[in-house]
Design a protein around this ligand. Structure first.
Ligand SMILES: *[C@@H]1O[C@H](CO)[C@@H](O)[C@H](O)[C@H]1NC(C)=O
Ligand SMILES: *[C@@H]1O[C@H](CO)[C@@H](O)[C@H](O)[C@H]1NC(C)=O
Length: 189
């Protein structure tokens, strides 16, 4: 009888241990912070130029407050954006309240990597297509919100995006027709 009670207690302690280990492993990875339901943009309100995506009515979009940890080779997806006035980036850049010409190498980072403006006006090095380029962080690609006027009626940004100007793509030697989506690595310059 006594040994039976003991083994139940041991089994329970073992179970607690597994639970603790698995939750501390989980805390290191970045989990979604929520979801938002897409609203249809008012007529003519979403700019689909350069592969920009517009929100769809009723579709659920995942939001993030964090991004994967940054190392010397942080994996990301490079996307194309215009930081010019009237471009698909919407208003002026968050870091300096200015617009930036398509021929200057600038980027927006997903919310977690943007890190409350801590990377503002700092350079990152982007490795892709067998080349590398330095670009300045000027804006946030908002992973926490989207599908509203402030975000050009586009969905929230995934949490692993480096959204780059035309100049970055050009420096990486990607032909015009292939610009839009590329697996890259980046690091702080
Ligand atoms: C699309 O890309 C072209 C080429 O860089 C650029 O001139 C144009 O401003 C972009 N359009 C928008 C809406 O960003
Ligand atoms: C940041 O990158 C830009 C564009 O490549 C370059 O002109 C500038 O000198 C760099 N700034 C620093 C501090 O390295």
């Amino acid at each position: 009888m006594k040994t039976q009670v003991c083994s139940i207690v041991y089994a329970f302690i073992f179970f607690l241990l597994i639970l603790t280990i698995s939750s501390s492993v989980g805390a290191q990875s970045c989990k979604p912070s929520g979801k938002l339901r897409g609203k249809k943009p008012p007529p003519g309100q979403c700019n689909t130029e350069n592969d920009s995506e517009c929100c769809e009515e009723g579709k659920l979009y995942t939001t993030f407050k964090c991004s994967p940890p940054v190392g010397s080779r942080t994996k990301a997806v490079l996307t194309l954006n215009s930081f010019e006035k009237g471009g698909d980036g919407g208003g002026p850049s968050e870091c300096d309240n200015k617009f930036h010409a398509d021929d200057t190498p600038v980027v927006a980072l997903s919310t977690g990597w943007f890190n409350n403006q801590k990377r503002c006006l700092k350079n990152i090095t982007i490795h892709g297509n067998g080349r590398s380029v330095e670009a300045m962080v000027v804006d946030e690609c908002d992973s926490t919100m989207g599908c509203d006027e402030d975000h050009d009626f586009q969905p929230p940004c995934p949490n692993h995006i480096v959204d780059a100007s035309e100049a970055v793509w050009k420096a990486l030697g990607v032909p015009k027709k292939d610009r839009g989506n590329l697996d890259i690595f980046w690091s702080d310059a």
